[in-house]
Design a protein around this ligand. Structure first.
Ligand SMILES: Cc1cc2nc3c(=O)[nH]c(=O)nc-3n(C[C@H](O)[C@H](O)[C@H](O)COP(=O)(O)O)c2cc1C
Length: 174
């Protein structure tokens, strides 16, 4: 099975998850930023595609690749500032799946929290008034503080286990 890991990452969170995924795949499996996607992308049976969440969906660089991804099996992974178990988290994955030409190609998804760039937090606090969902508040500060330590070692172990389970499921199908 020809397998490839592709990711887009602005501040390194999604890249860490991509590397954890690659560590659970056969040695030599390429793990590349989407900007370095191989020309023979269609030759891969399984593509792990990672994005960071930008305003509720995949960031633009990842989106551009996802919209043309015709591989038979696709495993999506993403990082975001919010709680991955939240409705927002679920929606961010659903939006990612919907970007693919064939959403049925998705064999699995993985989501984990990722530290939000402090400069972006500062900008949002300046831009939005207190009381606005993105403005400064104790709840918002707490959310950012929780995200700041992710992806952590457990997230990376979970990402590796996710990759192993996807591979096992496909190999089981023969
Ligand atoms: C412009 C911008 C928009 C973002 N939008 C969201 C969002 O809608 N929901 C969310 O939970 N996190 C959002 N985030 C947080 C990032 O998705 C999160 O920090 C992610 O882990 C960054 O990944 P990276 O380090 O691979 O770039 C946003 C961050 C930026 C910079």
């Amino acid at each position: 099975m020809r397998t490839l890991v592709l990711y887009s990452s602005r501040t390194g969170n999604t890249e860490k998850v991509a590397q954890a995924i690659a560590s659970a795949l056969p040695a030599g499996t390429p793990c590349l930023p989407v900007g370095q996607a191989p020309a023979d992308l269609a030759a891969y049976d399984l593509v792990f595609l990672g994005y960071w969440v930008d305003r509720g969906t995949a960031n633009a660089e990842a989106r551009a690749v996802m919209e043309g991804l015709h591989n038979e099996h696709i495993a999506l992974f993403a990082t975001l500032g919010a709680d991955p178990q939240s409705e927002h988290g679920k929606m961010c994955l659903e939006h990612g799946v919907a970007l693919l030409p064939d959403p049925d190609a998705v064999i699995g998804t993985f989501l984990c929290q990722g530290a939000v760039d402090p400069k972006v937090i500062e900008m949002m606090y300046k831009q939005f008034p207190a009381g606005h969902p993105h403005g400064k508040s104790p709840a918002r500060d707490a959310l950012h503080a929780r995200a700041a330590v992710h992806p952590d070692e457990q997230d990376l172990r979970d990402a590796a286990a996710f990759a192993a389970s996807v591979l096992k499921r496909l190999e089981g199908k023969g």
